[in-house]
Design a binder for this molecule. Structure first.
Ligand code: TYD
Ligand code: MG
Length: 450
């Protein structure tokens, strides 16, 4: 075997050193250097001789890449319409959340139409067979239990599957590196090699990735750069729903959300998830406000709950679940300065019900309303839906797709809506009274009149 040179690459800035050091000499981050194989440099002559061919954009024939549907509608939705040849999809999530189950189901569907291969480094063949039977999957999926990359490659070349699953990338190792399976260097090297193979052979490869305690994919951030699509399972493991979100997608929209229900027969897609996060108590309680969020390409109604309690600490607590904590601190400051509502002596807890994470600022107005409602001990009417971004000057900013959000709320039986003035619909929305506000003061005025 040819001698391979090792080099050390920083997982934060990508800088290289020839020796291992505790601190990256380029970005000064600690413990980020990881071993990697150095690629053979082309000789000077090659570098000079190989000039690239320039093409004009207008001369390029743009062909829509054909999609291979997995047959699971919600999964196809997060993938951007189905699988793409040469595409590599990374699926991350907590242990036991259903990664293997989802992929086994998808392969069972796919294997009736194309050649597939399931490579497992975590479970034995009999474990997988048992699960497949329990899930009632009748398809005969080719299975390989192997963790050596070289051997996986040989099998991929021989079997020539159209879709392959590697469960999980952290168990795979290459003999070219000395470090243990699961180490940063091994994970990256194996992912890179597999990606190269996927592109060359035009096949789709799913990589299952473990997440660390902090909730990010184990291995370097560069893993996310190597692959084409990154999907994460989110939501709490305690609930019977599973959400899959596209964090990066070269072939589709990011932030697209797929919603599944967990059953003893595996994951089942939920067609109309809007109402899923709304199973509310019939009583109206203070501190609860419904937001019309937009996750990916569809609106989603989510209940926001806030609880304020007088604090005995000089540093009152601010806690969010499913929402951005810094954004809450900002909203409390805006409420104080532009709404005259002080919360500095209150512990503030805010929760997006149902385990869904909301990242867009359109949730601001609903959070502010829930906070005020809890502070005042006055409930917000059940049939009111709210959305809008709050700016630092206390202005209510418009958000994307206002019309669609209002329509979705009306469809679910909401009769009142509070939204940014600029998002007011041109026509009437049947069965719904829409109030547009331009500033926080106007929104608080509206709340007082409810
Ligand atoms: P599994 O797919 O093994 O999780 P991961 O690969 O992410 O670690 O799922 C964990 C267990 O949950 C497994 O024993 C099967 C079970 N399960 C169901 O019974 N129904 C379901 O819909 C899902 C998703 C999982
Ligand atoms: Mg698994």
């Amino acid at each position: 075997m040819a001698k391979t040179n090792t080099t050390y690459i920083c997982s934060q800035c990508g800088g290289q050193t020839s020796k291992w050091q505790g601190q990256c000499p380029h970005c000064l981050a600690w413990n980020t250097l990881a071993e990697s194989i150095q690629e053979a440099k082309p000789s000077r002559f090659q570098a000079l001789a190989a000039s690239g061919q320039v093409v004009r954009l207008s001369a390029v024939q743009a062909v829509e890449t054909p999609r291979l549907a997995t047959g699971m509608a919600e999964f196809d939705r997060v993938l951007g319409g189905g699988l793409v040849g040469g595409g590599v999809v990374l699926i991350g999530g907590d242990p036991g959340i259903g990664k293997s189950t989802l992929l086994l189901q998808a392969l069972a569907e796919l294997s009736t139409r194309v050649k597939t291969l399931y490579v497992s480094g975590e479970e034995s063949a009999s474990q997988i067979a048992l699960r497949s039977r329990r899930l009632g999957l009748h398809a005969d999926i080719p299975l390989l239990t192997e963790i050596r990359l070289e051997s996986i490659f040989a099998t991929l070349k021989e079997e020539k599957p159209q879709v392959a699953v590697i469960d999980s990338i952290q168990t795979v190792y290459t003999e070219q590196l000395q470090s243990a399976p699961g180490s940063v260097a091994q994970v990256r090297e194996c992912a890179q090699e597999l990606t190269r193979h996927a592109k060359q052979a035009g096949i789709t490869i799913f990589l299952v990735g473990h997440v660390t305690k902090e909730g990010t994919l184990a291995g370097p951030r560069v893993l996310e750069h190597i692959v084409d699509t990154v999907l994460y399972f989110e939501g709490d493991t305690g609930s019977s729903f599973r959400l899959i979100r596209a964090f990066k997608n070269r072939y589709g929209a990011v932030n697209e959300l797929g919603v599944f229900a967990m059953t003893d027969k595996g994951l089942k897609g939920v067609n109309n998830p809007s109402a899923l996060f709304l199973n509310r108590d019939e009583r109206e309680a203070p501190g609860s406000c419904v937001v019309v969020a937009q996750e990916g390409t569809r609106p989603l109604l989510v209940e926001i709950q806030a609880l304020l309690d007088s604090s005995h600490s000089p540093n009152p607590r601010r806690l969010t679940v499913g929402l951005d904590g810094n954004r809450l601190a900002m909203l409390l400051a805006v409420l104080h300065r532009h709404g005259g509502i002080p919360c500095h002596d209150q512990d503030v807890f805010v929760n997006a019900v149902g385990g869904v994470k909301i990242t867009e600022p359109a949730v601001d107005l609903a959070v502010a309303m829930a906070v005020v409602s809890s502070l005042r001990g006055r409930p917000i009417p059940h049939k009111l839906a709210v959305f809008g971004e709050i700016g630092l000057a206390g202005e209510i900013r418009p958000v994307q797709r206002g019309q669609e959000r209002l329509k979705e709320a009306a469809k679910l039986g909401f009769t009142q809506a509070l939204c940014p003035k600029a998002n007011l619909p041109k026509g009437r929305i049947a069965g719904m009274e829409v109030k547009g506000v331009g500033s926080l003061a106007e929104a608080l005025e509206y709340f007082r009149g409810l």
